[in-house]
Design a protein. Sequence first.
Length: 195
Amino acid sequence: MYLHAKRVMDILLLLITAPFWLPLMLVLAVLVKMTSPGAVFFTQKRYGRDRIFFQIYKFRSMYTDAPGDVPTHLLENAQSFITPLGRFLRKTSLDELPQLFNIIKGELTLVGPRPALWNQDDLIAEREKYGANAIPVGLTGLAQVRGRDELPITEKAALDGEYAKKMSFLLDIKILFLTAVQAVTGSGISEGGPK
């Protein structure tokens, strides 16, 4: 029942906040284009709900010669692939803003497990143990506000499972608030893997 309400909440929140995020996206798109050669947007094949693949949108934060299908935490010397503007975008999570269009398309929800890369079978297998693959993937989630990049896969999957069991309006609001705090402070981001 709440899944239907989540979809309505997603669309309403996006409509209400559009006067803020649309101009911001336009400014960031211009900055990405001006500060490094290449496309403004980056797309990547990700797992969605029920293991259905979709293309996720991001602002390009890396140079065009960076490996496209390797999670950043598995890259050696990840910082060398990230553009100067990209460092800021990633620290503040502004590189994720184009995923609002994934939400409009119904491929993402505001809160849910983060969509795994198409080749992150270990994470998908762990999530299956907790039933977390059966709910919509999200822009942010419980694992993101409890440690994000600093968490091992087993812990991330367990938190995704916890969210799947406890999913509610109040929990979503709490996670969105904590996500905003993290975006301002840049906490939980660990380029190049857990420390």
